[in-house]
Design a binder for this molecule. Structure first.
Ligand code: KIV
Length: 275
């Protein structure tokens, strides 16, 4: 059964946790879907983990569409949310609707995600009015890394925590169907979750959210440049992959791969006529 915005809402109402992971390619999306993950986010984190960029600022609409449509082709039951990249929605509500429309039509998303609280409400309202579900994103919002002064926990002060509660209520009123809470104190996330009717999806926001999301390279131990405090390695595939690459390298150099069983035959008489 397709996971929809209604499924997410129902899961919150029934106290069932929602599982989400990021994904950027067809083969991995198939595995995530087969594993029963409720929602896939084609995150602009692809700038870091797929393109090797230092942040998400340079990610383009074309990047999101290319990776997004590869994921969407693999997903029948899993909800596919595609991130709106930096400067694809901040300029105006009209720009936001046009670009959200492209992610739906060309990327085949089921919903889009954008970062921001009260300031992003005109965009959230306009996109939802166009019939496109919007997931909001509060707390540590990586597109604002330069304004935030780095990737740090948000909402620790009274003023910061109050602003996050107000932002959460504002994006809900503007029509968002869910909200990602990134890197905020667990008790604050729990409070916001209890105040909202829409589901909260946490990353570095404790166990009190309605669901959780992780970047899949982080949880598989594939991305070794840094490991945030909130990440658990559910497998160590990075080490396993490196070992397999070393094994292949050694066998190629020793001439033991490919073997006869990996090679194609030709009749002797065909071959003899070539000499
Ligand atoms: O881009 C992304 O992967 C995200 C998640 C970290 C929520 O926004």
């Amino acid at each position: 059964m397709k996971n929809t915005t209604a499924t997410f809402l129902q899961m919150k109402q029934q106290g069932e946790k929602i599982s989400m992971l990021t994904c950027y390619d067809y083969s991995t999306a198939k595995l995530e879907e087969e594993a029963g993950i409720n929602g896939i986010l084609v995150g602009d984190s692809l700038g870091n983990v797929m393109l090797g960029l230092p942040d998400t600022i340079s990610v383009t609409m074309e990047d999101m569409i290319t990776f997004g449509r590869a994921v969407a082709r693999a997903c029948h039951d899993t909800m596919v949310v595609i991130d709106m990249p930096f400067m694809s929605y901040q300029v105006s509500a009209e720009q936001a609707v046009q670009n959200a429309g492209r992610l739906m039509k060309e990327g085949r998303a089921n919903a889009v995600k954008l970062e921001g609280g009260a300031a992003a409400c005109p965009q959230i309202r306009a996109i939802t009015n166009a019939g496109i579900p919007v997931m909001a994103h509060l707390g540590l919002t990586p597109q604002s890394v330069n304004a935030l002064g780095g990737n740090r926990v948000q909402g620790k002060s009274e003023a910061g925590a109050k602003r996050l509660v107000e932002d959460a209520l504002a994006i809900q009123a503007a029509g968002a169907f869910a909200v990602v809470l990134e890197c905020i104190p667990a008790r604050l996330a729990e409070l916001i979750t209890s105040k909202l009717d829409i589901p909260t999806i946490g990353i570095g926001a404790g166990a009190g959210c309605d669901g959780q999301i992780l970047v899949y390279q982080d949880m598989l131990g594939l991305f070794s440049e840094y490991t945030p405090k909130f990440v658990r390695h559910f497998a160590e595939l990075g080490g396993a992959m490196k070992e397999a690459f070393q094994h292949y390298d050694a066998e190629v150099k020793a001439g033991s791969f490919p073997g006869a069983e990996h090679s194609f035959k030709i009749d002797d008489d065909v071959l003899s006529r070539l000499y």
